[in-house]
Design a protein around this ligand. Structure first.
Ligand code: G3P
Length: 215
């Protein structure tokens, strides 16, 4: 399973990159709005830290405009994926861009039919937002399972990025289902590695190490 960091914060990206487990980054306009840096400079800098795909989102809503914006964004770095919301206009743009070899990450996906159409339009990635579904009393992970089944049934090469992840259980369940990627906020990424029994175990071993005869 590939792990992406869901942030536009360079400090967080550099930190997790140093752990040796980071496969990519996803951003969105909300995440970029939290950073005190010009947008294009920020994206170029993120792309220089991470070798895997960095998703950056289009804000145009009409297909022709999305295509123009995506082509421009794609020139910022060689490792970009362009996020496009799952709308009819988004599908039209995805078909054009994917045939040009531009990687599209179809985002704001909340139904299996949206994911099916994203794959048919040639999206490289599809991003179901599972936490936002949980927030309205649906089961976000059910959507992930449905998408994986559909993609498997027809051998679609589109990779599923489990997004809007809120806790480590989301990541573990997605991994058990065989989801290709989870994009994880920094706070959840930390929780993936931390365990109180590990901390207690280290503490005890360090105490006992003092009693070991080392001469
Ligand atoms: O990758 C999508 C993610 O940024 C959305 O997460 O927490 O705003 O639902 P959230």
């Amino acid at each position: 399973m590939k792990l992406f960091l869901d942030t536009a914060n360079l400090q967080e990206i550099r930190e997790v990159a140093s752990w040796g487990i980071l496969d990519g980054v996803t951003t969105n306009p909300t995440l970029c709005s939290k950073e005190d840096m010009p947008f294009e400079t920020l994206i170029k800098e993120i792309c220089s830290v991470v070798s895997g795909p960095v998703s950056v989102e289009c804000v145009s809503t009409i297909a022709d405009d999305i295509v123009v914006e995506a082509r421009k964004l794609n020139q910022l770095a060689p490792n970009l994926a362009i996020k496009i919301p799952a709308t009819i206009e988004g599908l039209k743009a995805t078909r054009v861009l994917s045939s040009e070899g531009i990687k599209v990450n179809m985002t704001l996906v909340f139904s299996p039919s949206q994911a099916l159409l994203a794959a048919k339009a040639g999206a490289s990635f599809v991003s179901p937002f599972i936490g936002r579904l949980d927030d309205i009393s649906h089961f976000g992970l059910d959507l992930v399972q449905q998408i994986l089944t559909i993609y498997e049934n027809y051998d679609f090469p589109t990779e599923v990025i489990v997004a809007s992840v809120r806790h480590p259980g989301h990541v573990v369940e997605a991994a058990l289902m065989g989801a290709h990627i989870a994009t994880v906020p920094y706070a959840v990424m930390e929780k993936l590695v931390k365990h109180p029994l590990t901390d207690i175990g280290i503490e005890r071993f360090l105490q006992d190490w003092k009693k070991v005869i080392n001469k």
